[in-house]
Design a binder for this molecule. Structure first.
Ligand SMILES: Cc1ncc(COP(=O)(O)O)c(C=O)c1O
Length: 407
């Protein structure tokens, strides 16, 4: 009755079952609450980031307003998005090359459907955003991965990308800054990828949802692929991250590339967008306010992630056992902590949760190729962050000592 594409993904993983049981037990015991260092929802009340909520300001559609949807979204909203991109990232796209979507996630689904037949392949980075598998399942596309490797900084393993190409490859996805590695696309990586795409008539999809959140320096990094003309290119963004408004449900696709490819892709993308018309009139009317308020939210988030990264570094540096270090983080909302691979990541996360009531994510949720990675949300409220990190480091130090005394 249900497509076989979905069956496996409904089973809770052992890790999420363990977390649920632990949270329930902590709640039932009524003791100290778990310090959750994984919450990436910027509006979560425990982050204490924003005072004003969207709901307070959102006026719903006038009951007598006339519904005149455009498949790409209202022209004036696309013009606002173009201004926003110009201000934040440099190039101003023509508003006619923008499609509004309900979210970046939706944009992925539209683009996978636009570019690939069932069974065709799309290349995605690893480690990266875990939802690619869902977008692929929804659209019947097969994912192939290429590796990001770490050597003082994360970079694309271009050989692994070339090895993953096949006759059925239809698109290459890059995420910059990537979630959770925080790595940014380098100019030479973009040159190599656009050359491959142009040669093989495949498209580039660049997820730039975190493009405004920059942390460690990244020499020669690409700010945006908006306006890239060497191959058919789609740059994705949205208010969920750039304005701290995930509930607004407003994202966008900026298309560019060789004229003939853009013309063909535009017709097909209009068809998809026109079939769904998924961006509400109410949100489009509120777009000027959302953009304006979003700049304030962005500044608050920016301050939070910077401060928390600094705290994390100094707590790791000053910890007597010097047990672990955050990896270089060029942007985004996550920090990756390197821990000794004396066990797998899930075991580390279990020890930390069970022994200190601090919740962190094991790296395997993001498909790190090797053990020894924990992922933390930099959005966490600063006092909880410092307390949670200290406790976590204490557990890590203790297990390293135990391991050393055994060997
Ligand atoms: C890299 C990346 N892309 C896209 C998204 C989804 O964004 P949206 O809320 O616009 O669907 C996320 C969400 O965390 C993300 O981490």
């Amino acid at each position: 009755m249900i497509s076989s594409r979905f069956a496996p993904s409904f089973e809770p993983s052992p890790w999420s079952a363990h977390v649920d049981a632990r949270l329930l037990a902590a709640h039932a015991a009524g003791g100290a609450p778990v310090i959750d260092l994984t919450v990436s929802n910027v509006t979560a009340p425990e982050h204490k980031l924003f005072s004003e909520s969207l709901e307070e300001s959102l006026e719903m559609a006038d009951s007598d307003s006339i519904y005149q949807p455009h498949p790409r979204g209202a022209q004036r909203v696309r013009a606002l998005v173009a201004d926003h991109l110009a201000q934040a990232l440099g190039p101003r796209p023509n508003p006619n090359d923008l499609w509004l979507t309900a979210s970046t996630s939706e944009a992925y689904v539209w683009l996978f459907a636009l570019l690939a037949d069932c069974g065709d392949e799309i290349l995605v980075p690893e480690p990266s955003y875990p939802l690619f598998a869902s977008f692929a399942a929804i659209t019947g596309v097969r994912l192939q991965t290429y590796a990001l490797v770490y050597d003082d900084a994360w970079m694309i393993d271009l050989q692994s990308l070339v090895n993953s190409l096949s006759d059925r490859t239809r698109a290459i996805v890059v995420v910059s800054p990537n979630n959770p590695t925080g790595s940014r696309l380098r100019r030479w990586e973009l040159d190599a990828i656009t050359a491959l795409c142009a040669q093989r008539a495949i498209a580039l999809i660049a997820d730039e949802v975190f493009a405004e959140y920059l942390l460690d320096p990244a020499p020669d990094a690409v700010d945006t692929v908006v306006g890239e003309r060497r191959c058919l290119t789609f740059a994705l963004g949205g208010l969920s991250k750039s304005a701290g408004f995930p509930q607004a449900k407003l994202g966008w696709i900026a298309m560019s590339g060789p004229d003939n490819e853009v013309a063909a892709a535009s017709r097909a993308l209009d068809h998809i967008a026109d079939s769904l018309l998924s961006v509400s009139g109410a949100v489009q009317r509120q777009a000027p306010w959302l953009m304006q308020e979003g700049r304030k939210r962005q500044a608050l988030i920016d301050r939070r992630i910077r401060d928390n990264l600094t705290t994390l570094r100094s707590l790791c540096d000053s910890h007597p056992a010097a047990v672990s270090q955050p990896l270089r983080c060029e942007g985004g909302w996550a920090a990756v902590l390197r821990v000794p691979a004396i066990c797998d990541d899930e075991q580390w996360a279990r020890w930390i949760l069970d022994e200190s009531s601090v919740l962190v994510q094991p790296g395997h949720l993001y498909d790190f190729s090797a053990p020894g990675h924990l992922v933390l949300s930099l959005l966490t409220e600063p006092q909880r962050w410092a307390e949670g990190v200290r406790k976590m480091l204490g557990v890590i130090a203790q297990h390293i000592r135990q391991d050393a005394s055994r060997t």
